[in-house]
Design a protein around this ligand. Structure first.
Ligand code: ZN
Length: 65
């Protein structure tokens, strides 16, 4: 059986301009946005997740393995 390397997606809160050490790692790129939205809500009191914010999160998301 072939062993496949798990690709992960990582987004650092500090890359969005927050003084925060939170690093989100997800196995699927589509999980990044909703999970980051939750972090912003609880950690930074950001209730309004705008398209601009979503774009920032997408740009800050990196593929790692
Ligand atoms: Zn944060």
């Amino acid at each position: 059986m072939a062993y496949s390397v798990m690709t992960k997606y990582q987004c650092k809160c500090s890359d969005l301009g927050y003084k925060c050490s939170y690093v989100l790692e997800e196995g699927r790129a589509e999980d990044i946005l909703p999970m980051f939205k939750i972090h912003l809500r609880y950690a930074h009191n950001v209730w309004d997740f705008t398209d601009e914010m979503a774009e920032k999160v997408k740009n800050a998301t990196k593929e790692i393995s």
